[in-house]
Design a protein around this ligand. Structure first.
Ligand code: EPU
Length: 472
């Protein structure tokens, strides 16, 4: 009997070997994929369907300037709700997730002005003295990260009502840790009709100790923002150490918050009475950078990458070198990645920062399809993040999945085909696969890429790739 979530049956799932012949053998895993695609198809049809065609075979050479971080921008924009006045965000990447966040913030009563800057957009976000307290389903369902308004709204207004984000292609993704944390700060939390409704008794949260049961990035960010205006001291234990959490803490400190320990697993926040707006710079996107680093190694290319947070990419740099790529630091935010020899297989496991990021797992899998031998990838963050496996198999990759581990047998020549993207990083991996596949790879549901990769087509074509957007 099929159960949800899929990890509940993980022990019982048989080994899935992905080759063309097994793709029509419908099991639970395949059904989840089909359901996701149907949901996506519905969303896509309401937007007009665009795809990307990649003509494979080019080796990437030249320089790419990378963008600001998506996953830093989103909590930062939401944290502006904490202070009335005009906040200025610089180097904001041009992404659909940013547009979705601004839409939600405007719904809550903010005004936004977006201007093109030399490196990314400059966003002036004006937060009024009165704000709406409800984030409705229609807006939250467009982007899970919308739950990041919960902490700021609750602590600023004393109440908040936010639609539960629900699951997504990569897993069920509950927010129980966010809610448990807010309760530790005194919030009364109730769930009604698909919404989480929170109230701070007396209108203000009070500091408290929060022990996260697992490392959660947006959970830590929600609590950081909530604690900034709470009365007294909050301590977050087992906090996420991701650079995006540090970026948020840096912004909050610029607004007047008192925070220590960000970047470690114990963060202390001394609540203040008010915060003020300021000017912030979005840091570089480590996952975008990592994706281009893998692209250089994959295509046997030679890329100079600018605006790269190299210090945050140790885990990736280490395995890239083990696999046979050369990674040369050219200062703190520039590097050169190239490869001339064969690729070696390297096995890895995803884990919270500073370990290998789950957001780079799908891209790594493509690289390993070209390595000479067998490698494994164990996914330990999300229970369902192998949706790209059947799609890579359509291109000819030899892959099998057992529980949370995928085995990749390389090297396999890939052949262009029509493939369907299921989520943001899966989409990126399909573009990478297209770069080395013979002929043309057509990637459908390209709006996933627009969520998180600023001008992917322009940047890749600028270094010799052959991509174009076409209507289906
Ligand atoms: N989890 C719970 N309960 C919670 C919170 C998390 O069970 O209350 C579980 C999740 O289901 C997951 C694990 O804990 O199994 C870690 O989830 P986390 O909360 O850290 O993920 P997130 O904050 O929702 C962010 C990024 C993701 C990235 C993950 C892991 C943003 C907006 N999103 O998600 O980015 O994969 O951290 O690093 O910051 C992406 O950019 O493509 C993306 C998915």
């Amino acid at each position: 009997m099929a159960t949800w979530p899929p990890h509940a049956t993980r022990g019982g799932l048989r080994r899935r070997v992905y080759r063309h012949s097994t793709l029509f053998d419908c099991t639970l895993f395949d059904r989840i994929l089909l359901e996701t695609l149907c949901h996506d198809a519905h969303r896509a049809s309401s937007r007009g369907v665009e795809c990307i065609e990649v003509e494979g075979g080019a080796s990437l050479r030249g320089t790419v300037h990378l963008s600001g971080s998506k996953n830093a921008s989103l909590p930062m924009l939401c944290a502006a709700l904490l202070a009335e006045g005009t906040h200025v965000f610089q180097r904001v990447p041009r992404l659909r997730d940013i547009a979705s966040t601004l839409k939600l913030l405007r719904h809550l009563g903010c005004r936004s002005e977006v201007n093109a800057g030399a490196q990314g957009d400059v966003i002036n976000l004006t937060v009024g003295d009165t704000l709406g307290d409800e984030a409705p389903y229609e807006l939250v369902c467009e982007m899970r990260a919308s739950v990041l308004v919960l902490g700021p709204l609750l602590t600023r207004l004393g109440r908040a009502k936010v639609s539960l984000p629900g699951g997504c292609a990569i897993g069920t993704r509950p927010i129980d840790q966010h809610l448990k944390g807010l309760e530790a700060l005194g919030a009364r939390v109730e769930l009604h009709h698909g919404y989480v409704e929170c109230v701070a008794p007396g209108g203000r949260l009070r500091g408290g100790d929060v022990h996260f049961d697992m490392v959660t990035v947006t959970g830590t960010e929600n609590l950081l923002a909530a604690a900034a205006l709470a009365q007294g001291r909050t301590r977050l234990f087992n906090a996420a150490r991701e650079p995006e959490v540090v970026a948020l803490a840096t912004m909050l400190k610029a607004m007047g918050a008192r925070i220590t320990g960000e970047g470690t697993s114990e963060i202390t926040i001394e609540g203040v009475d008010t915060l003020k707006p300021a000017v912030y710079e979005v840091p570089p996107d480590r996952i975008e950078a990592g994706t281009y680093m893998v692209a250089a190694a994959l295509t046997g290319g030679d890329l100079t990458l600018e605006n790269v947070p190299l210090a945050q990419l140790d885990a990736l740099t280490t395995v890239l070198r083990e696999a046979g790529a050369e990674v040369e630091a050219l200062g703190d935010t520039r590097c050169r990645v190239s490869r001339s020899g064969p690729l070696r297989p390297v096995s890895l496991t995803t884990a919270p920062y500073p370990a290998f990021a789950t957001d780079m797992q799908a891209q790594w899998m493509v690289l390993m399809t070209q390595a000479e031998g067998e490698s494994t990838i164990s996914e330990r963050i999300f229970e369902n993040r192998f949706m790209h496996v059947p799609e890579l198999a359509r291109l000819g990759a030899q892959l099998s999945v057992e529980g949370d581990t995928a085995t990749v047998s390389g090297p396999t020549p890939l052949e262009g085909a029509v493939v369907t993207a299921t989520d943001l990083r899966a989409s990126a991996c399909l573009v990478l696969a297209g770069l080395v596949a013979g002929g043309v790879t057509r990637i459908r549901r390209v709006y996933h890429l627009d969520r998180g990769y600023d001008d992917l087509v322009g940047k890749l074509n600028g270094v010799g790739a052959r991509l174009k957007r076409v209507r289906e």
